[in-house]
Write a protein that binds this ligand. Structure first.
Ligand code: UDP
Length: 254
């Protein structure tokens, strides 16, 4: 069988040409990277978990009227998505100070913010994804003021949805990143949520214990990343609670 045409290989996912024009197949790898790919590992089962979790969040968003690129999951590691023109921004929403914001502002990690804050980084690995003001985005033509207003409104709706879902399973949504793409209906442009939403792109803390259940487990060597993602998936009912990522061997019962 002829191999599908590779469109793009990123750090955690691969895009292939889809079966219909205007579609891609998105393949979730087990590769984990952090600090602009300075730290790398293969975490067995991560791609399978992120494929399922991203499907779960994207379907939920569609269910409340937020359009996304997700069409359907094809198998354990692949999903069919709409082809979009990606806006080269990481759209970050923060509810609690953490990560680069805590560092930049000299804030304690975990300090509540007075309101959700939306910020933008320019997607460029060579530059280390620098934080950019709206002025840059408009001046350099990456998005218009109208696009930005729409992106902020989408990002805040995603935040409300994700915060609520997580709160329901005892998890605090500290911050997350989304990417937004353009699709065209004739001459008419629409913005939709693209890429992925998974514990790779969110900070998730257990409400009771503060335990981290996201990629910081890998960034900061805090234990098993697959266990953390499995816990998130189990709580959300995305995996039956008796399924683990690492099958155990049969044991003799005396
Ligand atoms: N994030 C992401 N991809 C990136 C940068 C950030 O998914 O390239 C997510 C990250 O997981 C966190 C949020 O965006 O949930 C805010 O990240 P931050 O700016 O604090 O950067 P970091 O500390 O990860 O460098």
């Amino acid at each position: 069988m002829a191999r599908r045409k590779l469109i793009y290989e990123g750090k955690a996912k691969i895009l292939y040409e889809g079966p219909e024009p205007g579609t891609f197949v998105q393949y979730f790898k087990d590769d984990a990277t952090a600090y602009n790919a300075e730290k790398k590992a293969v975490i067995e089962g991560k791609g399978v978990l992120n494929n399922r979790l991203s499907e779960f969040f994207m379907l939920g968003l569609a269910g409340i009227g937020i359009p996304t690129h997700f069409i359907k999951r094809l198998n354990m590691r692949e999903q069919l998505i709409r082809q979009v023109e990606i806006i080269p921004l990481e759209v970050i929403v923060r509810n609690v100070a953490a990560g680069s914001m805590a560092k930049r502002m000299g804030m304690e990690e975990g300090a509540a913010l007075p309101r959700p804050i939306v910020e933008f980084s320019y997607k460029d690995d060579a530059l280390g994804d620098p934080l950019v003001p709206e002025e840059y985005i408009i001046a350099f033509g990456w998005a218009s003021q109208q696009d930005l207003d729409d992106i902020v409104s989408i990002a805040l709706r995603v935040n409300d949805f994700m915060s609520g879902i997580m709160h329901g399973v005892g998890i605090k949504l500290v911050d997350f990143k989304i990417e937004v793409g353009r699709v065209w209906d004739g001459d008419f442009q629409r913005l939709i949520v693209a890429d992925e939403i998974s514990p790779d792109s969110c900070r998730l803390w257990d409400v009771e214990t503060g335990q981290k259940l996201d990629k910081d487990v890998f960034r900061r060597d805090l234990g098993s990343l697959a266990d953390a993602y499995t816990e998130v998936a189990k709580r959300l009912g995305v995996l039956p609670s008796n399924v683990t990522h690492a099958p155990t061997k049969p044991t003799l019962i005396n």
